[in-house]
Design a protein around this ligand. Structure first.
Ligand SMILES: *[C@@H]1O[C@H](CO)[C@@H](O)[C@H](O)[C@H]1NC(C)=O
Ligand SMILES: *[C@@H]1O[C@H](CO)[C@@H](O)[C@H](O)[C@H]1NC(C)=O
Ligand SMILES: *[C@@H]1O[C@H](CO)[C@@H](O)[C@H](O)[C@H]1NC(C)=O
Ligand SMILES: *[C@@H]1O[C@H](CO)[C@@H](O)[C@H](O)[C@H]1NC(C)=O
Length: 404
């Protein structure tokens, strides 16, 4: 009797010890991965957007190693601003893709991506105990993809933000969200200014997330796909004005979104013309182009114009020779006035005609407009010089020697 009681007791103790061991083992696994700080971080970055987050992390790392004990850069391009900064500050730099991802697990707790420029390999994502975070300059799921900032501006969004999400294997910009902040887009804000603001914001958020690890990576909200939009790579043809389709505001939004890469452009006869620094004059304040045209009687001489009118406009009756793309020089403001499909006008102070130096509006009037009948002073679409449906301005490649 006494013996069996003792046996039971020993058994109980043994069981209890085993439980304790298992618990201790799981605790010790978590201790190396989930406790902390300090954290060991691998940063993935390349451009100006990456740089601000990299600077914020480096400053913290240099200040004290209590939060960050290791900070390395993974890079694609050794000419990038992120690489140069890491080099200057003696951060370890690893080329992407690494020869093998084994070993990463022993060296890093977490990855941080800000505008890296490549989809990360699956085997690599799995190596980070706390996962890989991505700072994306948009209000995901709106503007997933490569160039969210110009797309937000081009589409006239009035609000954007920064989203910190956890990267999912095999998918682009669909990860669960840790944090999101919002900001207004100014009506005259261009891509470089907005990018700089969002880069500051993302640097702050990344640091906040790191300070709050591991809690910050545990509270995740799925994105959903319902209102997702995609921001594909930018192409120069996105700046070719479709006069029959785009309102003055839409053209201005292209300008704000893309002019840091390419000015918006159009066709005058067979020349490519780039429009610089223009503003929008609303339909209510538009100046009559017929008046600017002067003495002719256009309703008799002008051919009838067939208009695409997606915008339901009263400003341009179908019988008129007024049409989107019509351009006159307004001496009183030393600018070109270009008619848009919504009755609003572009006020253009200067242009570049292909192969020539940038000229002011007066120069364009003297060299080009004044040699043409007023009703024929029209900017065309690329498709109109090459036939409907075409997208490339092949005939628009013109010799610079020809004079207007
Ligand atoms: C250890 O971490 C894992 C994964 O995060 C978690 O599911 C588990 O509950 C943790 N174990 C303990 C003992 O905290
Ligand atoms: C999607 O957008 C609509 C319209 O703005 C909104 O009512 C809806 O709640 C959004 N859905 C999600 C999942 O955010
Ligand atoms: C546009 O305006 C800015 C600021 O006034 C000026 O510095 C720049 O030279 C202008 N660009 C062109 C092409 O006229
Ligand atoms: C321009 O508008 C017309 C008429 O609404 C439409 O059929 C056409 O697809 C639009 N073209 C482009 C390139 O958006």
């Amino acid at each position: 009797m006494i013996l069996s009681l003792n046996r039971l007791f020993v058994l109980k103790i043994l069981l209890w010890l085993i439980c304790l061991l298992v618990f201790a083992a799981s605790q010790s696994i978590n201790a190396t991965t989930m406790e902390g700080p300090p954290w060991r971080i691998l940063f993935f970055g390349s451009d100006d957007f990456s740089l601000k987050a990299l600077i914020a992390l480096t400053d913290e790392f240099k200040r004290s190693e209590k939060l960050i004990s290791k900070l390395d850069l993974m890079f694609i391009d050794d000419e990038s601003v992120a690489w140069k900064y890491a080099n200057e500050h003696r951060l370890n730099r690893i080329a992407y893709p690494p020869e093998s991802s084994t070993g990463l697990r022993d060296n890093y707790d977490i990855g941080v991506v800000a505008s890296f420029g490549a989809m990360l390999r699956n085997d690599l994502i799995k190596e980070f105990p706390l996962g890989i975070l991505n700072a994306h300059p948009s209000l995901l799921p709106r503007w997933r993809g490569a160039s969210p900032i110009p797309h937000a501006i081009m589409h006239g969004d009035t609000e954007t933000g920064v989203t910190i999400m956890k990267i999912k294997p095999d998918e682009f910009d669909t990860g669960d969200i840790l944090m999101q902040t919002r900001t207004k887009i100014g009506p005259h804000e261009h891509t470089p200014e907005l990018l700089s603001r969002l880069a500051d914001e993302s640097a702050n958020l990344v640091l906040d997330v790191i300070k709050d690890l591991p809690k910050s990576v545990q509270n995740l909200t799925p994105q959903g796909n319902e209102n997702a939009t995609y921001a594909p790579l930018l192409k120069q043809e996105m700046t070719w004005i479709l006069w029959k389709n785009w309102t003055a505001e839409q053209i201005y939004n292209r300008h704000r979104g893309l002019s840091h890469l390419w000015p918006v452009s159009t066709i005058w006869k067979s020349f490519v013309v780039k429009l610089h620094n223009f503003t929008v004059i609303p339909a209510t304040k538009a100046v009559s182009l017929e008046t600017l045209a002067g003495t002719i009687k256009p309703s008799i001489t002008a051919p009838k114009v067939e208009l695409n009118r997606p915008h339901n406009l009263q400003a341009l009756p179908p019988e008129t020779w007024l049409r989107p793309g019509l351009v006159m020089f307004d001496k009183s403001v030393k600018a070109l006035r270009v008619m848009c499909v919504d009755g609003a006008q572009l006020l253009v102070p200067s242009v570049t005609v292909s192969g020539r130096k940038t000229m002011d509006a007066c120069g364009f009037h003297n060299g080009f407009l004044s040699r043409t009948k007023p009703y024929d002073r029209v900017f065309n679409e690329y498709s109109q010089i090459k036939g409907e449906g075409s997208t490339k301005p092949s005939r628009a490649k013109v010799s610079p020697k020809r004079r207007g």
